[in-house]
Design a protein around this ligand. Structure first.
Ligand code: C5J
Length: 223
């Protein structure tokens, strides 16, 4: 298929939809709904909910175009054997990973809070990557899945901008993937980190990748 292009900063990014995946990072109740991990860390999670509607529009377009869609979830085994002790105690919060909460045990696989919000729920056949860390490549089979599909470009949505999105984009960039992050489809608990998290990606000629938005992504995907 002929290359398509998405308007972005620092300059337009050419992509081939057959070698492009939509990567949706950690759109779990634990991060975007009250009572989960995000709130346990002391955050107001409600601003992150604004990312759901534009991400749903991009998801629908990517599915219609037949692009690979990959979802990630941060979380741990019920026995927490894959959770570093340092992560468990970090923050000295009174609610910790594995503790019971209104959406089940915090950040534990299989719990309601750990799962993806209904608006963006994975369809059968869409890989779901369960990751123990912030980066989507660390201790997962994401790279294998992308290489098997000859994926070269990643359109990135999800939360949070400066944590799991930035970490995953940096990991992807070092592995040779071209990443374009959609600014209204990624969210942070901190407005200043949203701004700087995006600025860091596109600075220095796109040192980690590109930044665009859902409107320009939809125009590019063109369905
Ligand atoms: C965090 C994430 N914020 N998904 N995880 O710990 O960004």
């Amino acid at each position: 298929m002929a290359n398509m292009a998405i308007e972005a900063e620092p300059y337009e990014l050419e992509f081939d939809p057959t070698t492009t995946a939509l990567l949706i990072i950690d759109m779990q109740r634990d991060f975007v709904m009250p009572g989960g991990f995000g709130e346990a860390l002391g955050n107001d999670v409600t601003p992150l909910q604004a990312t759901i509607a534009p991400t749903a529009r991009v998801l629908a377009a990517a599915r219609k175009r037949g692009m690979l869609v990959v979802h990630t979830r941060e979380g741990h085994r019920p026995d927490l054997t894959d959770c570093p002790p340092s992560k468990l105690v970090r923050g000295r919060g009174k609610t910790r990973i594995g503790d019971p909460g209104p959406m089940g045990r915090i950040l534990v696989r299989g719990e309601v809070g750990h799962d993806i919000v209904p608006e963006l729920y994975p369809r059968a056949g869409e890989p779901v990557i369960d990751k123990p860390g912030k980066g989507a490549f660390y201790a997962t089979d994401l790279e294998l899945i992308l290489r098997d599909r000859n994926i070269r470009t990643l359109i990135v949505c999800g939360v949070t901008t400066e944590v799991c999105v930035n970490t995953s984009v940096r990991e992807a960039n070092d592995r040779g993937y071209e990443c374009v992050v959609l600014s209204d489809c990624v969210g942070s608990y901190f407005p200043e980190f949203q701004k700087s998290g995006l600025a860091m990606i596109k600075a220095q000629g796109g040192i980690f990748g590109w930044v665009s938005d859902s409107r320009r992504a939809l125009a590019a995907i063109g369905v």
